[in-house]
Design a protein around this ligand. Structure first.
Ligand SMILES: [Zn+2]
Ligand SMILES: [Zn+2]
Length: 167
């Protein structure tokens, strides 16, 4: 979905976005309500994005669906402006900044990028997910596999360190 910037009316534009966007090859339904406003050469886009994304649990590696819903705001500058300021460093607060060229703004790219920024770094299917057994690969949330995991109890680890210091 593309917006022609010179066609944005003075009092802004409301856009409803409803598309299937592909993440890691998995098509996911995405909905967004957007408000697009032109301020001089800059274009402000804010709104709310809702998506149902398939993720892979970082502990048990199972695929699961996660509902996302979050507000966002991005200010787009004409790309020509960037070329004029080659040596400028991009500060953290400017991460909510984008660039457009050719009088065009691609809302699909924008929405996709915002979703990527809001995905968890280490997704978990469930906060209580126990993961898989490092020895036999059994899903530990479904039941104990009976393997003996040679994991030193954290209290014993403290004692071990203490003893090592003493020697
Ligand atoms: Zn899991
Ligand atoms: Zn096991």
């Amino acid at each position: 979905m593309k917006i022609i910037i010179s066609e944005i009316p003075d009092d802004g534009l409301d856009a409803e976005f409803e598309e299937t966007v592909s993440f890691d090859g998995v098509p996911s339904p995405v909905e967004a309500k957007l408000k697009i406003q032109k301020v001089g050469a800059e274009v402000m886009v804010n709104g709310n994005i809702k998506a149902d994304i398939q993720l892979q649990c970082s502990r048990c590696l199972k695929d699961f669906k996660r509902d996302l819903s979050f507000p966002f705001e991005v200010v787009f500058h004409p790309v020509e402006q960037l070329e004029g300021e080659e040596h400028r460093e991009i500060k953290a607060e400017e991460l909510n900044m984008g660039f457009y060229s050719n009088d065009e703004l691609d809302l699909t790219d924008l929405v996709k990028e915002q979703i990527m920024l809001n995905l968890p770094m280490k997704p978990l299917c469930n906060n209580l997910c126990k993961g898989i057994c490092p020895q036999c690969g059994t899903d530990l949330s479904a039941g104990d596999c009976g393997c003996t995991v040679r994991d030193i109890d954290s209290r014993l680890l403290g004692l071990k360190k203490f003893l090592e210091k003493g020697t």
